[in-house]
Design a protein around this ligand. Structure first.
Ligand SMILES: Nc1ncnc2c1ncn2[C@@H]1O[C@H](COP(=O)(O)OP(=O)(O)O)[C@@H](O)[C@H]1O
Ligand SMILES: [Mg+2]
Length: 260
């Protein structure tokens, strides 16, 4: 079975009859990069919110399995410990806490009751070594480690922090919602290069994005087009190029799902 299985997922805005996700089917395994693309208002952020367990949405039908486990029954912290990385899973502004200390807390929280069965906090020298290696791999300036989380990070720096956190937590599947309106081309490049460096047989990624530009930097194995709460087309990287050439309007005309 694929590591992440989304079946017939329907979701409403919480406590309302407004359905946003109208039956999403998606399967993703470690080692694969999938992109979900779609026009504004198609439900991309709703999908990432539902996968994160955001209280603003009610799942009305369908299921999400992560390594065979019912994801929708798990709290956000449990999802993270199980090996799912969701962007924006931690509050960003924590006064006086440095990047290095924040990520160490996240790593330690992960170890508690984690699959490796160790509750002991990571030893500081070992942590430092891992952090420095991750920063080197991602070409992040070492000075970032000692910066305070609330000292005005730029959009690009927030993305570096997010990717660094991802490198340290070593998720099985990373879900990245890149619909942030503040996401400039630099930030997009940082995320894409980070994914390219971290992806491997033990990690897969789902990139949720409005921008086909991301494909200048990362080549997804599968591309899915989301429109009005449904995946209307799935294909390989060429689908994104088709989209770039002809736009969403033309995609919607031949509404059909050719599967993956
Ligand atoms: N909490 C909410 N309250 C009202 N409408 C919402 C809410 N969340 C999403 N929507 C609506 O659902 C649709 C999909 O939104 P969203 O998932 O943010 O789309 P995307 O990220 O693809 O731009 C939009 O029409 C949006 O206005
Ligand atoms: Mg959005």
């Amino acid at each position: 079975m694929p590591d992440l299985v989304i079946r017939n997922l329907h979701a409403n805005i919480a406590d309302s009859d407004t359905e946003i996700l109208k039956g999403i089917d998606l399967e993703l395994s470690k080692g694969e990069i999938h992109a979900i693309m779609g026009p504004n208002g198609s439900g991309k952020s709703t999908l990432s919110h539902v996968l994160m367990g955001h209280p603003g949405y009610d799942v009305t039908a369908g299921e999400v399995l992560f390594e065979g486990q019912n994801l929708l029954d798990l709290g956000a912290d449990e999802r993270s410990r199980a090996g799912l990385f969701l962007s924006f899973q931690y509050p960003f502004a924590v006064p006086g806490v440095t990047v290095a200390n924040f990520i160490r807390m996240a790593v330690n929280a992960h170890r508690k009751g984690g699959p490796d069965g160790t509750d002991d906090p990571i030893r500081i020298p070992a942590y430092r070594k891992q952090l420095m290696e991750a920063m080197e791999l991602l070409e992040i300036d070492k000075s970032m480690a000692s910066r305070s989380l609330n000292d005005g990070f730029s959009g690009g720096e927030k993305k570096r922090f997010e990717i660094l956190q991802m490198a340290m937590l070593k998720p099985k599947i990373a879900i990245l919602d890149e619909t942030d309106s503040g996401l400039d081309i630099d930030a997009l490049r940082i995320v894409s290069e980070g994914i390219n460096r971290l992806i491997g047989p033990d990690m897969g990624a789902l990139i949720i994005t409005h921008y086909q530009r991301i494909l200048d930097y990362v080549t997804p194995d599968h591309v899915h087009i989301l429109m009005d709460g449904r995946i209307v087309r799935s294909g390989g990287a060429e689908l994104a190029h088709e989209l770039e050439a002809s736009g969403y309007a033309n995609i919607s005309q031949g509404v059909s799902s050719d599967g993956v």
